[in-house]
Design a binder for this molecule. Structure first.
Ligand SMILES: [Zn+2]
Length: 439
């Protein structure tokens, strides 16, 4: 038994490294995307090698490769568990890195490279576990659908969103799902760790603003300047503080952290409470209010010509249940002269932190890290969970990693020198194995 466990642990490291070496850079511009097909074929080969039947699907465009495999469970009357991971990664500039971002170097106790934590690590741990199950003839308690997906890093138009719209049968029978940005540890005291399990995500609302004015000569007195009006609106919005809102996920997170640390988190002073959280304060701080960050500006074509149109893009992230209130507040801030249009809009998702699946997550973590605690949290970003939530699937972020106390994990996502500890991969593979046997 331990032979195949050791093999799975070793494979999780090797697969992470090899997946990093397959360049799957997703710039967001479909014309430049590379490697998703190669990565999907690599994954399919690793699954076929141990006897899985795989399905390859291109989502909306040539080369946007996705791979699916199903492992039959003991009780077909139960809903299936969807285990999904994305194969694409964001760009990386090699000149900024200590090692080449596509090297997949295994050194100093880490696997280095773009995608090491987002999320070729989880893809590798899933693959290693699936391969072990197939080799050992493990029958999980319920059907498991393995899905390896394209285009998560550009909101899934050529990945999860396309698949749920055009090929929903691939997810038929799935009732719950696990994937990225959860299951990692933060050290709360000495050797006690809390594992953050994602139960909610803010909504994504990318907003285009447009102001029309009167074109004219830059040398004249001009009252109706589109650039001036737009930038005033952008500044109002960018400096606006949306109200503090305590959602159920954040309330549960603070309650659990209070229980573990003995610290008091005053619900009437949310900013103060978040400030006490140390390493995760920045992450949690983005989930106690809506945000609107201006990210792009476009106007004009010559120094002495006042253009008739000016445009901006604002990245808005909205808490669950706040959509209507957010729009009302937005319109008040922008005023009547600014036209607005959503260029992307994906709703917030939120589920509860309870039930047999959550118990199985906690038990598998505690079995490998005695004294550990699991806590629910809300992600300020978005993942493929948004697409699967629209099919009525309960989604969790559970990619288990036991991390060193001093590692700034949040900074590694899309960051320079992205890397994952070898020990954490092995730990995560053991947890994944226990979890999928008891899901
Ligand atoms: Zn990701």
């Amino acid at each position: 038994m331990s032979d195949t466990r050791d093999l799975a642990e070793a494979e999780s490291v090797q697969l992470t490294s090899e997946l990093i070496r397959i360049d799957t850079t997703n710039t967001g511009d479909p014309a430049t995307v590379v490697g998703e097909r190669a990565a999907a074929e690599y994954v399919a080969e690793k699954l076929a090698e141990v006897g899985f039947d795989t399905t390859y699907v291109e989502s909306g465009a040539k080369g946007r490769g996705n791979v699916f495999a199903r492992l039959e469970g003991a009780d077909p009357s139960r809903g299936a568990l969807l285990v999904h991971g994305h194969l694409d990664a964001v760009p990386a500039d090699p000149s900024e890195w200590s090692v080449h971002p596509l090297s997949g170097a295994v050194q100093d106790g880490y696997v280095w490279g773009r995608g090491a934590v987002d999320m070729k690590d989880m893809v590798a741990m899933t693959l290693a576990t699936a391969r072990r199950f197939q080799r050992d003839g493990v029958v999980p308690p319920r059907d498991i659908i393995f899905a390896f997906l394209a285009d998560e890093e550009a909101a899934g138009d050529y990945g999860s969103q396309w698949l749920v719209r055009n090929r929903p049968e691939l997810f038929e029978g799935a009732t719950e799902a696990i994937s990225e940005v959860g299951g990692f540890s933060i050290t709360v005291k000495d050797d006690v760790r809390a594992y953050m399990i994602e139960t909610a995500e803010k909504g994504i609302a990318w907003l285009k603003l447009r102001v029309r004015g009167r074109a004219g000569h830059g040398s004249m007195v001009h009252e109706d300047n589109a650039v001036t009006k737009l930038t005033q609106a952008v500044a109002r919005l960018g400096t606006h503080k949306f109200p503090l809102v305590l959602t159920e996920s954040v309330r549960e997170f603070l309650a659990a952290m209070s229980e573990i640390t003995g610290m008091e988190f005053d619900e009437d002073d949310l900013e103060g409470a978040v400030g006490k959280l140390g390493a995760v304060a920045r992450m949690v701080g983005a989930t106690i209010r809506d945000t609107a960050n201006p990210t792009m500006l476009t106007a004009g074509y010559k120094a002495n010509v006042i253009p008739s149109v000016a445009e901006a893009v604002v990245d808005c992230r909205v808490l669950p249940g706040r959509e209507a209130a957010f729009e009302r507040e937005l319109d008040e801030i922008l005023g009547p002269d600014v036209e607005r249009e959503w260029v992307a809009k994906l709703p917030a998702v939120e589920t509860t932190f309870d039930g047999a699946l959550v118990d199985a997550m906690t038990a598998s973590i505690v079995a490998e890290d005695p004294g550990a605690r699991t806590v629910p949290y809300m992600l300020s970003g978005g993942t493929d969970a948004k697409a699967f939530d629209s099919l009525g699937i309960r989604c969790f972020g559970f990619a288990p990693l036991r991390l060193p106390a001093d590692l700034d994990f949040a900074a590694l996502f899309h960051g320079v020198d992205e890397r994952v500890p070898v020990d954490a991969l092995k730990f995560g593979t053991r947890v994944m194995d226990r979890f999928l046997r008891s899901c």
